[in-house]
Write a protein that binds this ligand. Sequence first.
Ligand SMILES: [Zn+2]
Length: 285
Amino acid sequence: MKDFKTILFGNLVATCITLALTAMACNAEVQTPPTIPVPGITREPQPIPLPRYTIEELMGKIVPASDSSFVPVPKNMITKDQIFLRREAYSAFQKMDSAAKAEGVILRIVSGTRTFGEQKGIWEAKWNGDKLVEGKNLKSEIPDPPGRAKKILQYSSMPGTSRHHWGTDIDLNNLNNSWFESGQGKILYDWLRDNAIRFGFCQVYSAKDRSRPEGYEEEKWHWSYLPLANQMLVEYKLMVTDEEISGFQGSETAVQLKIVKNYVSGINPACGDEQKSDEQEKNHK
Ligand SMILES: [Zn+2]
C-alpha cells in the first residue's frame, strides 16, 4: 500500500506540473509580470482631464444670450431687465429660492452673469472718475495708478477677473453690507448663512481676517455656486496669468497687484470645496 500511495502521489505531482507548464506555455504571450501595488504610487500615468472651460469663458468673453450653457432668469426673480446664469447654477438657485420662500425669505437677484465688456464699463467709469467711489472722483483724488486700482478693487473686479464672468455667481437683494445687518436683511442673511451651502452656494467674499488677508472687502450679497465655480477657479489659476489681464484702462497695475493670487484666489477658505465648507459651516454655527 505504501508503495502504491507513493506512486499515486508522484503521478499526481507530475500531472499537476505538466498541466501547470502547459497552461504557462499557452498563456505565455498574454501574461504580464505580476505587480505589487505600492500605496501612493500609481502604476500608469493618469490621464489629465481636459479643461472644461475656455480661457474666453473664464475671462468673460462670452455672449450669454446666444450660448446654450446659459439661461435667462425669470423676471420675478430679478431686479433688472435681464439676467443670465449658467443652467446648473440657475437650477440650484430655483431650489434655494423655493426653500427660502417657504420660510418667508424672498430672494432677488440684483446681478448675475457679466461679460468682459460690461465689467470694463463698470471699471473704467470708476477709473476715469465718471462714477464716484464713496463720493470721490478717483481720477483726481488718487492719480497714482496702483493706489487708484486698489481703491476700486475694494468692491469691483478688473475686467477678465470677475467671478460674475463665469455665470455661477449672484448678487442678492442689496449691495450694502449694512442692509444685511438688521431687520429683513438680517433675516435673509442669516437664512443664507445657514442654508445656502445645502444648495451649493457660498459667500466667497467673507470678512477679511487672518484666513482671508487679501482680496475684495466683505460682500454679504455675493454668493457663488461652488459645484461649477470651484472647477472654474482651478482652471483659471492654471490658464490665466497677471500679464494676460489687459484691454482696459489701468490694466498695467495687474502684475504689481498680483491680481490672480490676491483677488481671484483671495476667497473665503470655507468655500474652497463643498465638503469642507459644509463642515466648517456646521462648526461655525
Ligand atoms: Zn457680486
